[in-house]
Design a protein around this ligand. Structure first.
Ligand code: 2PG
Ligand code: MG
Length: 479
């Protein structure tokens, strides 16, 4: 190749001319340095070397760090790891030699990076992310990952997957807050939302309207929150809390589309056979006990005055007789939490005795996923509602979100639309929703996942809404 051919092949004359012109335009005080930097930028990036090593993570457990060299510099990254690992996530390879770092060393993974991965990636443009990722996926022989909710659905045999109707905690009381309110939660159910994201919007907007309502009435300190993220103004009666929530709902304009649910957690203020609604009020506690009959009347009145459609634990956890009587009135959904403790034997008994008509599913209370699947089947066979539930002490783990979809429980109670550990669940639903819509729009797979308020509305005797199917948005005009 002649000199002329070489210059033409690499377009050197033009590139050098461009660099000189740029240096002149910039009036660079050191044109040679300027031209050399300019030329470096004009060169396309290419991976030249990859070097992995073992380091320790924040817990002192080995993990992999990689230096990636290109013709433009060196870039460093390291991988996190955790305890909550599942069989369908990407596999983290550990050496397993108990004599070294208790089996956690990662020298095999480091070797893989330094040899196989490095060989595949050197010479590639580091900005072509998808090509790089596909080169690594081709090297990785592990099975394709399955979404967690789908895995749970496959385990349980559930095929009609639904995103649940969220019960957002708006006001906290009972053992979950330092105010004077004896009952534990006042929640809202956006039963008129046609898509999950609309339900979240309705929940969030109502929460923020409530904040304004409480601030106007009790000052900003009334907006401190309880353990589930609900506001905890210093109120002491059912009605004060319900009035605040009712006002917030009316400010949103959603009106009939939002209903109210309460968790009375009555065991916590049951003394003997009586209920002390003032149990948390200094100088009043112990002076005004309510009988079971009084409580029944209170519930009946409240259900007729407020849009309450669901009451959890209206009586002491061992008072089977009265919760049964209350359920038989058919006024609202009656959820068993303390009554059932997610325990298969208690659930079976409650079904036989028609003691309540909905299960609060606390998976950590039942202990295993297999048993959770069994009790959900029991409840569904009895035509009960199922509410997947968080705990007051939560983490940012979002497992129960996938569980609620995979078991199609239809309802979830995961706290306020506020605080990271509560939002982790609702945000996971949003992620499931968007991934399914995306998959459906790419026509890659068929999906039956719906956001279906219909069943809940039907069981609550509410009929005026329609179902919208995710992935195609076919309105289903069920009556
Ligand atoms: C409940 C739960 C969640 P805890 O009573 O439903 O609010 O509370 O975790 O305290 O059992
Ligand atoms: Mg409860």
């Amino acid at each position: 190749m002649s000199v002329q051919q070489f210059l033409e092949k690499h377009m050197l004359s033009r590139k050098i001319e461009d660099a000189v012109n740029a240096a002149v335009r910039a009036k660079s005080p050191d044109p040679v340095l300027f031209i050399s930097n300019h030329m470096r930028k004009a060169v396309p990036s290419v991976i030249t070397k990859i070097k992995a090593r073992q380091i320790l993570d924040s817990r002192g457990i080995p993990t992999v760090e990689v230096d990636l060299y290109t013709n433009k510099g060196m870039f460093r990254a390291s991988a996190p790891s955790g305890d909550t690992t599942g069989m369908y996530e990407a596999v983290g390879i550990r050496d397993g030699d108990k004599g070294t770092y208790l089996g956690n060393s990662v020298t095999r993974a480091v070797k893989n990076v330094n040899e196989k991965i490095s060989e595949a990636l050197i010479g590639m443009d580091p900005t072509l992310q998808s090509q790089i990722d596909h080169a690594m996926i081709d090297l990785d022989k592990t099975e394709k990952k399955v979404p967690l909710y789908k895995y749970i659905a496959d385990l349980s045999g559930e095929t009609n997957l639904t995103l649940p109707v969220p019960a957002f905690t708006l006001i906290s009381g009972g053992k979950h807050a330092g105010n004077h309110l004896a009952i534990q939660d006042i929640m809202i159910l956006p039963i008129g939302a046609s898509r999950f994201e609309e339900a979240v919007q309705m929940g969030s907007e109502t929460y923020h309207h409530l904040k304004a309502v409480i601030t106007e009435k009790y000052g900003a300190h009334g907006c401190n929150v309880g353990e589930d993220g609900g506001f905890a103004p210093n109120i002491s009666s059912f009605r004060e809390g319900l009035d605040l929530v009712k006002e917030a709902i009316s400010r949103t304009g959603y009106d009939e589309k939002i209903k109210i649910a309460i968790d009375v957690a009555a065991t916590d203020f049951c003394i003997g056979t009586k209920y002390d609604l003032d149990i948390k009020v200094p100088n009043k506690s112990g002076q005004n006990f309510k009988s079971v009959e009084d409580m029944l009347e209170i519930y009946k009145e409240l259900c007729s005055e407020y849009p309450i459609v669901s009451i959890e634990d209206p009586f002491d956890k061992e008072d089977w007789e009265h919760v049964k009587h209350f359920s038989s009135l058919g006024i609202c959904q009656v959820v068993g939490d303390g009554l059932l403790m997610s325990n298969p034997k208690r659930i079976q008994r409650a079904i036989q005795e028609s003691a309540c008509n909905a299960l609060l599913l606390k998976v950590n209370q039942i202990g295993t996923v297999t048993e959770a699947i069994e009790v959900v089947k029991l409840a569904k066979d009895a035509n009960w509602g199922v509410v997947t539930s968080h705990r007051c002490g939560e983490t940012e783990d979002s497992f129960i979100a996938d569980l609620s979809v995979g078991l199609a429980t239809g309802q979830i109670k995961a706290g306020a639309p506020c605080r990271g550990e509560r939002l982790a669940k609702y945000n996971q639903h949003a992620l499931i929703f968007s991934s399914v819509v995306l998959a459906a729009s790419q026509s890659e797979r068929q999906t039956n996942l719906t956001y279906d308020c219909f069943e809940l509305r039907k069981s609550l005797g509410i009929k005026q809404f329609m179902l919208v199917k995710i992935g195609g948005y076919h309105p289903d005009q069920r009556p």
